[in-house]
Write a new protein. Structure first.
Length: 468
């Protein structure tokens, strides 16, 4: 098992990241992990029959000294027209200053050529060190990491690797709308687990599992976005996470931890530990498949995301990549690696702290505007991470909760005609039922735009209420 001697230095808790003995788990302590055979029952039929590429599977053999490789149909580097990339990035500690970065030579060559399916080895290593600093997870615990074209790419491949057509799957509700087509295309039985401002309601999850028909296989997978959830903005509490982990062990399911907003946490209290970290408290590790994204903190267009989890599952994802798109963009990875190695971990965390502070200010502006324009016309909980506010429209002037109304037509049609574009809550519900909730993003709009948008929405709501 990797320890400090492997160069993994754990950042102090004062930076909002874990230290070496969070929850009593010293990096040098052995961690019990689930055996490889355990995962066979979780793999889908598609994953079980998928085989390694007869070419890419042999790539590592080219690294043996003295071997002359006639293996792969790699284009000759001499015919690539690119000789160098020069770009600048803002200094994480002084945004008025720019840091020049040059990508050339062998580092550029690696980015221009076919290579390892799991990603550029140095980038994989950098991300592995990041998981040590952020989540106290070390090498030798049965997990590994793979880089893809954004976390959505990795999530899709994970779902294909774990879920058979028609399988039941546990999804928090409301849920990120981007995964619904994945489950719908597989004709999954989507089992909605209730959530509130503290995350997944473990009592709802327990009730579902304990009342599950004995003749029907239980769900193998739970999908959740635990920080700044899209759409609700909720961040799951530590106690809820622990309860969910305990239920995962008790009822034998896996947790897909989709976490693009982890570094966008700006709550008043210390950031809760991730599922990936908290499972160190369990008798054994290996039930969490974690998805990280650089879209919200570095660039959405660069499409860099990575999955961390039990090696058999990440292997299955890589086999899918090997037949679908061969590898994530190594050029995008080379650019990202040049940036990260120039910054180092300390400056990376300084940058993410600045990103979180930026979105906190955006959140504050939006919530102030909500209070100004929609007081008495909407209800909401204050998000502690991410870039979304989930608010309930009070469309019934009599306050009858049983007739709370439906935001669908009002938001999709009437609000748009009034000059406001947002999303009705029904698109985030697996069964598409009616709801009075709305999702609004505060990431891009200026203070003036936010106030004008909510002023327009107020007028639409008042007109709707008068017609009730």
């Amino acid at each position: 098992m990797a320890t400090h001697s492997d160069g993994i230095l754990i950042a102090p808790n004062g930076n909002g990241h874990v230290d070496a003995n969070v929850n009593g788990n010293l990096a040098s302590n052995p961690v019990k992990r689930l055996p490889v055979e355990f995962y066979q029952d979780f793999l889908s039929l598609a994953a079980k029959i998928r085989r390694p590429s007869p070419i890419r599977g042999l790539f590592p053999l080219e690294n043996r000294p003295g071997v002359i490789s006639l293996l792969a149909g790699k284009p000759n580097d001499a015919m690539f027209p690119f000789t160098s990339f020069n770009f600048s990035v803002k200094s994480p500690t002084d945004p008025s200053q720019e840091i020049p970065i040059t990508l050339e030579g062998n580092d550029l060559a690696l980015g221009l050529q076919y290579g390892a399916t799991a990603g550029l080895p140095r980038l994989v290593e950098w991300f592995t060190g990041l998981q040590g600093r952020s989540h106290n997870r070390q090498k030798g615990e049965g997990w590994r990491l793979s880089v893809g074209g954004g976390s959505q790419d990795m999530i899709y491949k994970a779902v294909i690797a774990l879920v058979n057509p028609g399988d039941p799957i546990l999804v928090e509700s409301p849920v990120y709308a981007g995964v619904l087509p994945m489950f719908e295309s597989l004709k999954c039985d989507q089992i909605e687990v209730e959530t509130d401002a503290n995350g997944i309601r473990s009592d709802s999850l327990r009730s579902i599992l304990e009342s599950w028909p004995a003749t029907k296989p239980k769900p193998k997978v739970l999908y959740t976005v635990p920080y700044g959830c899209n759409p609700t903005g909720m961040t799951a509490s530590v106690s809820r996470r622990r309860e969910v982990l305990a239920l995962a062990r008790e009822h034998n399911f896996l947790i897909l931890e989709d976490d693009p907003y982890y570094y966008l946490y700006f709550g008043k209290t210390e950031r809760p530990p991730s599922y990936f970290q908290l499972e160190l408290e369990q008798p054994e590790v290996g039930r969490v498949l974690r998805f990280d994204s650089f879209s919200k903190i570095i660039s959405a267009g660069i499409r860099i995301g990575f999955v961390s989890g039990p090696a058999p599952f990440v292997d299955a994802i890589d086999l899918h990549t090997g037949t679908a798109n061969l590898q994530g963009s190594h050029l995008a990875q080379a650019i990202t690696l040049a940036l990260l190695e120039k910054w180092g971990y300390e400056n990376f965390f300084a940058h993410t702290s600045a990103v979180a502070a930026f979105y906190k200010q955006k959140r504050d502006v939006f919530e102030k505007a909500l209070s100004t324009h929609l007081a008495g016309l909407a209800e909401w909980s204050t998000p502690e991470a991410g870039m979304f506010v989930w608010f309930k429209l009070l469309l019934n002037p009599d306050g009858d909760a049983s007739a709370e109304g439906d935001s669908e037509d009002l938001i999709r049609t009437k609000a748009y005609e009034g000059g406001v574009l947002a999303l009705p809550g029904t698109v985030f519900l697996p069964n598409g039922r009616k709801t009075a909730y709305v999702r609004a993003s505060f990431s891009l709009s200026t203070e003036e735009q936010v106030n004008e948008a909510l002023k327009r929405l107020r007028n639409v709501i008042l007109k709707e209420r008068s017609a009730v």
